[in-house]
Design a protein around this ligand. Structure first.
Ligand code: MG
Length: 263
Protein backbone atom coordinates (compact mmCIF):
# COMPACT_ATOMS: atom_id res chain seq x y z
CA UNK A 1 0.00 0.00 0.00
CA UNK A 2 1.51 3.34 -0.93
CA UNK A 3 1.12 6.64 0.86
CA UNK A 4 -1.44 7.88 -1.68
CA UNK A 5 -3.66 5.00 -0.71
CA UNK A 6 -3.13 5.71 2.95
CA UNK A 7 -4.04 9.38 2.53
CA UNK A 8 -7.16 8.55 0.58
CA UNK A 9 -8.21 6.28 3.41
CA UNK A 10 -7.81 8.66 6.31
CA UNK A 11 -9.90 11.46 4.86
CA UNK A 12 -9.30 15.09 4.10
CA UNK A 13 -9.66 16.38 7.65
CA UNK A 14 -6.44 14.70 8.73
CA UNK A 15 -4.45 15.55 5.67
CA UNK A 16 -3.29 19.09 6.30
CA UNK A 17 0.07 20.31 7.47
CA UNK A 18 -0.04 21.11 11.17
CA UNK A 19 2.18 23.28 13.37
CA UNK A 20 2.37 21.75 16.82
CA UNK A 21 1.81 23.66 20.04
CA UNK A 22 4.27 23.28 22.94
CA UNK A 23 1.79 20.93 24.67
CA UNK A 24 1.51 18.80 21.55
CA UNK A 25 5.26 18.72 21.11
CA UNK A 26 5.57 17.51 24.68
CA UNK A 27 3.22 14.60 23.92
CA UNK A 28 5.21 13.82 20.78
CA UNK A 29 8.47 13.80 22.78
CA UNK A 30 6.88 11.23 25.09
CA UNK A 31 5.62 9.12 22.18
CA UNK A 32 9.09 9.33 20.65
CA UNK A 33 10.66 8.14 23.86
CA UNK A 34 8.28 5.18 24.06
CA UNK A 35 9.10 4.00 20.53
CA UNK A 36 12.83 4.56 21.03
CA UNK A 37 12.84 2.55 24.26
CA UNK A 38 10.72 -0.22 22.78
CA UNK A 39 12.80 -0.45 19.62
CA UNK A 40 15.96 -0.64 21.71
CA UNK A 41 14.45 -3.57 23.63
CA UNK A 42 13.53 -5.28 20.34
CA UNK A 43 17.02 -4.74 18.95
CA UNK A 44 18.48 -6.38 22.04
CA UNK A 45 15.98 -9.25 21.76
CA UNK A 46 16.63 -10.23 18.13
CA UNK A 47 18.35 -13.58 17.75
CA UNK A 48 18.51 -16.34 15.15
CA UNK A 49 15.70 -18.88 15.53
CA UNK A 50 13.19 -16.35 16.81
CA UNK A 51 9.77 -15.96 15.23
CA UNK A 52 8.84 -12.46 14.12
CA UNK A 53 5.60 -12.81 16.11
CA UNK A 54 7.71 -13.04 19.29
CA UNK A 55 9.17 -9.61 18.57
CA UNK A 56 5.68 -8.30 18.03
CA UNK A 57 4.57 -9.67 21.40
CA UNK A 58 7.52 -8.02 23.16
CA UNK A 59 6.71 -4.70 21.48
CA UNK A 60 3.03 -4.83 22.35
CA UNK A 61 3.70 -5.53 26.04
CA UNK A 62 6.44 -2.91 26.32
CA UNK A 63 4.37 -0.14 24.70
CA UNK A 64 1.51 -0.83 27.12
CA UNK A 65 3.93 -1.06 30.07
CA UNK A 66 5.23 2.40 29.15
CA UNK A 67 1.68 3.77 29.27
CA UNK A 68 1.21 4.18 25.51
CA UNK A 69 -0.79 2.51 22.75
CA UNK A 70 0.50 0.96 19.52
CA UNK A 71 -0.07 3.15 16.44
CA UNK A 72 -0.07 0.43 13.81
CA UNK A 73 -2.35 -2.19 15.35
CA UNK A 74 -5.70 -1.77 13.61
CA UNK A 75 -4.41 1.06 11.38
CA UNK A 76 -6.23 0.47 8.08
CA UNK A 77 -6.65 -3.08 9.33
CA UNK A 78 -2.96 -3.81 10.02
CA UNK A 79 -3.11 -6.73 12.48
CA UNK A 80 0.05 -6.26 14.55
CA UNK A 81 2.04 -3.80 16.67
CA UNK A 82 5.21 -3.66 14.54
CA UNK A 83 6.20 -4.12 10.93
CA UNK A 84 9.01 -6.63 10.40
CA UNK A 85 10.59 -6.69 6.94
CA UNK A 86 13.32 -9.24 6.19
CA UNK A 87 16.02 -9.09 3.48
CA UNK A 88 14.29 -8.22 0.15
CA UNK A 89 11.21 -7.02 2.05
CA UNK A 90 11.26 -3.22 2.15
CA UNK A 91 8.48 -2.23 4.56
CA UNK A 92 5.14 -3.29 6.10
CA UNK A 93 5.97 -6.98 6.68
CA UNK A 94 3.45 -8.60 9.05
CA UNK A 95 4.90 -10.45 12.08
CA UNK A 96 4.04 -14.15 12.15
CA UNK A 97 5.59 -17.60 12.17
CA UNK A 98 8.56 -16.74 10.00
CA UNK A 99 11.83 -17.49 11.78
CA UNK A 100 14.78 -15.10 11.73
CA UNK A 101 17.92 -16.77 10.41
CA UNK A 102 21.55 -16.02 11.06
CA UNK A 103 22.66 -13.63 8.32
CA UNK A 104 19.24 -12.04 7.71
CA UNK A 105 18.75 -8.30 7.88
CA UNK A 106 15.54 -7.15 9.46
CA UNK A 107 13.78 -3.80 9.45
CA UNK A 108 11.65 -3.21 12.53
CA UNK A 109 9.20 -0.31 12.29
CA UNK A 110 7.19 0.80 15.30
CA UNK A 111 4.71 3.49 16.24
CA UNK A 112 3.13 4.50 19.56
CA UNK A 113 0.53 7.02 20.72
CA UNK A 114 0.80 9.16 23.87
CA UNK A 115 -1.99 11.63 24.71
CA UNK A 116 -3.31 11.30 21.16
CA UNK A 117 0.02 11.93 19.38
CA UNK A 118 2.14 9.47 17.43
CA UNK A 119 5.85 8.64 17.28
CA UNK A 120 7.22 6.59 14.36
CA UNK A 121 10.66 4.97 14.24
CA UNK A 122 12.46 2.19 12.38
CA UNK A 123 15.88 0.57 12.24
CA UNK A 124 17.42 -2.25 10.24
CA UNK A 125 19.69 -4.66 12.07
CA UNK A 126 21.59 -7.83 11.29
CA UNK A 127 20.54 -11.17 12.77
CA UNK A 128 23.61 -12.96 14.14
CA UNK A 129 26.52 -12.51 11.74
CA UNK A 130 25.89 -10.73 8.47
CA UNK A 131 28.17 -10.42 5.43
CA UNK A 132 29.74 -7.09 4.53
CA UNK A 133 27.36 -6.31 1.62
CA UNK A 134 24.52 -6.34 4.14
CA UNK A 135 26.31 -4.32 6.83
CA UNK A 136 27.39 -1.78 4.19
CA UNK A 137 23.77 -1.36 3.06
CA UNK A 138 22.62 -0.87 6.66
CA UNK A 139 25.38 1.66 7.36
CA UNK A 140 24.57 3.65 4.21
CA UNK A 141 20.83 3.71 4.94
CA UNK A 142 21.47 4.98 8.47
CA UNK A 143 23.75 7.67 7.09
CA UNK A 144 21.17 8.58 4.42
CA UNK A 145 18.69 9.24 7.23
CA UNK A 146 21.25 11.44 9.01
CA UNK A 147 21.78 13.41 5.79
CA UNK A 148 18.03 13.86 5.45
CA UNK A 149 17.70 15.04 9.05
CA UNK A 150 20.56 17.52 8.58
CA UNK A 151 18.66 19.06 5.64
CA UNK A 152 15.39 19.36 7.59
CA UNK A 153 15.36 22.87 8.99
CA UNK A 154 13.01 25.86 9.11
CA UNK A 155 13.00 27.46 5.64
CA UNK A 156 14.18 24.34 3.80
CA UNK A 157 11.88 22.32 1.53
CA UNK A 158 11.01 18.66 1.34
CA UNK A 159 12.99 18.48 -1.92
CA UNK A 160 16.12 19.45 0.03
CA UNK A 161 15.61 16.42 2.26
CA UNK A 162 14.94 14.18 -0.73
CA UNK A 163 18.01 15.44 -2.54
CA UNK A 164 20.22 14.96 0.55
CA UNK A 165 19.05 11.34 0.88
CA UNK A 166 19.10 10.51 -2.83
CA UNK A 167 22.43 12.09 -3.75
CA UNK A 168 24.25 10.35 -0.91
CA UNK A 169 22.55 6.99 -1.52
CA UNK A 170 23.18 6.94 -5.25
CA UNK A 171 26.77 8.04 -4.73
CA UNK A 172 27.15 4.98 -2.52
CA UNK A 173 25.76 2.79 -5.32
CA UNK A 174 22.26 2.18 -3.96
CA UNK A 175 18.81 3.12 -5.26
CA UNK A 176 16.16 4.87 -3.17
CA UNK A 177 12.58 3.63 -3.10
CA UNK A 178 10.18 6.13 -4.74
CA UNK A 179 6.76 4.67 -4.05
CA UNK A 180 6.91 4.89 -0.25
CA UNK A 181 7.84 8.12 1.44
CA UNK A 182 8.23 9.91 4.75
CA UNK A 183 5.38 12.02 6.07
CA UNK A 184 4.06 14.61 8.45
CA UNK A 185 2.96 13.11 11.77
CA UNK A 186 0.95 14.23 14.77
CA UNK A 187 -2.59 13.37 15.78
CA UNK A 188 -2.56 11.18 12.68
CA UNK A 189 0.17 8.69 11.87
CA UNK A 190 0.35 10.05 8.33
CA UNK A 191 -0.20 13.74 7.71
CA UNK A 192 0.90 16.10 4.96
CA UNK A 193 3.45 16.78 3.70
CA UNK A 194 4.82 13.73 1.98
CA UNK A 195 8.58 13.57 2.40
CA UNK A 196 10.11 11.66 -0.54
CA UNK A 197 13.60 10.22 -0.37
CA UNK A 198 14.43 11.75 -3.74
CA UNK A 199 13.99 15.23 -5.10
CA UNK A 200 15.33 18.52 -6.33
CA UNK A 201 16.82 21.13 -3.97
CA UNK A 202 14.51 24.11 -3.44
CA UNK A 203 11.38 22.19 -4.53
CA UNK A 204 8.49 20.75 -2.56
CA UNK A 205 6.78 21.82 0.65
CA UNK A 206 8.32 24.60 2.76
CA UNK A 207 9.31 23.38 6.23
CA UNK A 208 8.43 25.57 9.17
CA UNK A 209 9.36 25.60 12.84
CA UNK A 210 6.85 23.49 14.79
CA UNK A 211 6.16 21.00 12.03
CA UNK A 212 6.85 17.37 12.90
CA UNK A 213 7.82 14.94 10.14
CA UNK A 214 9.06 11.38 9.82
CA UNK A 215 11.96 10.83 7.41
CA UNK A 216 12.37 7.21 6.35
CA UNK A 217 14.82 6.32 3.60
CA UNK A 218 14.54 2.84 2.07
CA UNK A 219 17.65 1.84 0.12
CA UNK A 220 17.94 -1.10 -2.26
CA UNK A 221 21.04 -2.82 -3.58
CA UNK A 222 19.31 -3.26 -6.96
CA UNK A 223 16.60 -1.19 -8.60
CA UNK A 224 14.17 1.04 -6.71
CA UNK A 225 11.07 -0.68 -8.05
CA UNK A 226 8.72 -2.35 -5.59
CA UNK A 227 6.10 -5.09 -5.60
CA UNK A 228 3.22 -5.54 -3.17
CA UNK A 229 2.76 -9.14 -2.00
CA UNK A 230 -0.60 -10.94 -1.93
CA UNK A 231 -1.10 -10.16 1.78
CA UNK A 232 -1.65 -6.56 0.58
CA UNK A 233 0.89 -5.23 3.09
CA UNK A 234 4.38 -6.60 2.55
CA UNK A 235 6.37 -4.55 0.05
CA UNK A 236 9.40 -6.23 -1.57
CA UNK A 237 12.00 -5.19 -4.10
CA UNK A 238 10.80 -6.19 -7.58
CA UNK A 239 14.21 -7.63 -8.45
CA UNK A 240 14.59 -9.50 -5.15
CA UNK A 241 17.60 -7.43 -4.08
CA UNK A 242 18.22 -6.54 -0.44
CA UNK A 243 16.65 -3.48 1.13
CA UNK A 244 17.19 -1.52 4.36
CA UNK A 245 15.06 1.11 6.12
CA UNK A 246 15.64 3.63 8.90
CA UNK A 247 13.20 6.20 10.27
CA UNK A 248 13.10 8.99 12.82
CA UNK A 249 10.35 11.42 13.84
CA UNK A 250 11.69 14.95 14.18
CA UNK A 251 10.62 18.45 15.12
CA UNK A 252 11.55 21.25 12.72
CA UNK A 253 13.31 24.12 14.47
CA UNK A 254 15.27 27.15 13.32
CA UNK A 255 18.46 25.17 13.77
CA UNK A 256 19.17 21.47 13.75
CA UNK A 257 15.98 19.41 13.93
CA UNK A 258 15.12 17.83 17.28
CA UNK A 259 14.96 14.07 16.79
CA UNK A 260 12.05 12.92 18.97
CA UNK A 261 12.63 9.17 18.58
CA UNK A 262 16.08 9.12 20.11
CA UNK A 263 17.00 8.17 23.68
MG1 MG B 1 6.51 6.22 8.86
Amino acid sequence: MNEETIFSNIGTKERGITIKSPREIDAMRKAGEVVAKTLQLLTESVRPGMKTAELDEIAYKEILRLGAKPSFKGYLGFPRTICVSINEEIVHGIPGNRVLNDGDIVSIDIGAIVNGFHGDHAVTIGVGNIPSDKSDLIKATKEALSRGIAAATDGARTGDIGWAVQSYSEEMGYSVVREYVGHGIGKSLHEEPQVPNYGTPGSGTLLKKGMVIAIEPMLNIGSWETTLLDDNWTVVTSDGSLSAHFEHTLLITEGEAEVLTKL
